[in-house]
Ligand binder design. Structure first.
Ligand code: ZN
Ligand code: ZN
Length: 349
């Protein structure tokens, strides 16, 4: 893994203007990255933020900060320190208006870059793994404690509210994303947020949830039956469970993410589910709920798993007439294979 300085050197860039909030936080540790940027150079990086954050920047930032009152001061500072240089910016997080503003600074050559810091974030440090593990532990303890509430007559949103409340009580900063509780035919919507629908006998309830701890996310999906399920739903559930298990057994250093997606996709196809698995197998998780590596058949170039990556495996089958099933585990790639961080109860049907 190349570090950031050598990546910049390879592109003949002398500094990188980092504005993507997760990247700003990753490099600096500053916890209000939406209101900050990092000017990274090999000889001394700086956090750039405004006067609301003087104390916070002092306490949190790994870099000395440049505090401005008016945006004009940034321009003057960039001109003073970077004139004559090639400076990278992050093209996926730059508006046309901001780029025009940067281009009005005399003497700097702006170079579009893509995914430089994201590349570093693919491999989690042990401190990052600890935080993701902590988030996952909160989420699954809360899920298991809430299972007795899954009864016919209870509204989906009551379950979601309880899960969120308890996660925060247990120390999560927030839910990692809007909790999905989708029952009956609503479970055919992969991202159906919790509604006022009441759980009914014969429903399979999909719960997709995660917690956030110090900026780091967890992500997990389970599905639980209310009473007896129709045989077609049981068949779907077992197929998804097997697809997830086969994928998990294939996780190891050097395995391709596209190839991993194919393990689950090919198995589901043999069970008669092709169109029904309409999304990627998984994604990386970290400072963002969805980050690299994508575990997807749609990757342009293959990405190979490395120790320290944390990915989800979330096969799903969705049928508008029957409902859907998704099961999702959070998995740490290790030197010797994989560790499943998701131990929350998964029922056998
Ligand atoms: Zn999820
Ligand atoms: Zn996910």
């Amino acid at each position: 893994m190349q570090n950031l300085s050598s990546q910049l050197e390879a592109q003949n860039i002398e500094a990188l203007w980092i504005t993507t909030p997760a990247n700003v936080r990753y490099l600096s540790g500053f916890t209000s990255p939406d209101d900050a940027s990092v000017l990274f150079t090999a000889h001394g990086s700086r956090l750039i933020t405004d006067t609301r954050y003087i104390v916070q920047a002092e306490q949190e930032s790994a870099f000395p900060s440049f505090i401005f009152k008016k945006r004009d001061e940034i321009k003057a500072e960039l001109e003073r320190t970077l004139a004559g240089k090639r400076v990278g910016f992050e093209k996926k997080h730059m508006t046309v208006a901001k780029l025009e503003e940067l281009q009005s600074i005399l003497g700097i050559t702006w170079v579009a870059t893509d995914g430089l810091v994201e590349k570093l974030r693919l491999i989690k440090t042990s401190a990052e793994v600890t935080l993701i593990r902590a988030a996952q532990t909160i989420a699954q303890n809360v899920l298991e404690a809430t299972l007795p509430r899954l009864q016919a007559g209870v509204e989906e949103r009551e379950i979601a509210l309880e899960l969120e409340f308890q996660m925060r009580r247990m120390g999560a900063e927030a839910a990692a994303f809007e909790i999905i509780v989708a029952s009956g035919l609503r479970s055919a919507m992969p991202h159906g947020s919790a509604s006022s629908k009441r759980l009914e006998e014969g429903d399979l309830v999909t719960i997709d949830m995660g917690a956030r701890v110090q900026g780091y996310h967890s992500d997990m999906t389970r599905a639980y039956p209310i009473g007896e399920l129709r045989p077609e739903l049981v068949k779907m559930y077992r197929a998804v469970q097997t697809a997830k298990r086969l994928a998990f057994e294939s996780v190891k250093v050097g395995m391709g993410c596209k190839a991993l997606d194919a393990v689950a996709r090919d198995y589901l196809a043999t069970m008669g589910y092709t169109e029904e698995f309409a999304h990627s197998l998984g994604h990386g998780v970290g400072l963002e709920i969805h980050e690299g590596p994508g575990v997807s058949s749609k990757l342009e170039t293959e990405i190979y798993l490395e120790a320290g990556m944390i990915i989800t495996l979330e096969p799903g089958v969705y049928s508008a007439d029957l409902g859907g099933v998704r099961l999702e585990d959070l998995v740490l790639v290790t030197e010797t294979g994989a560790e499943n961080l998701s131990t929350a109860l998964e029922v056998e049907l």
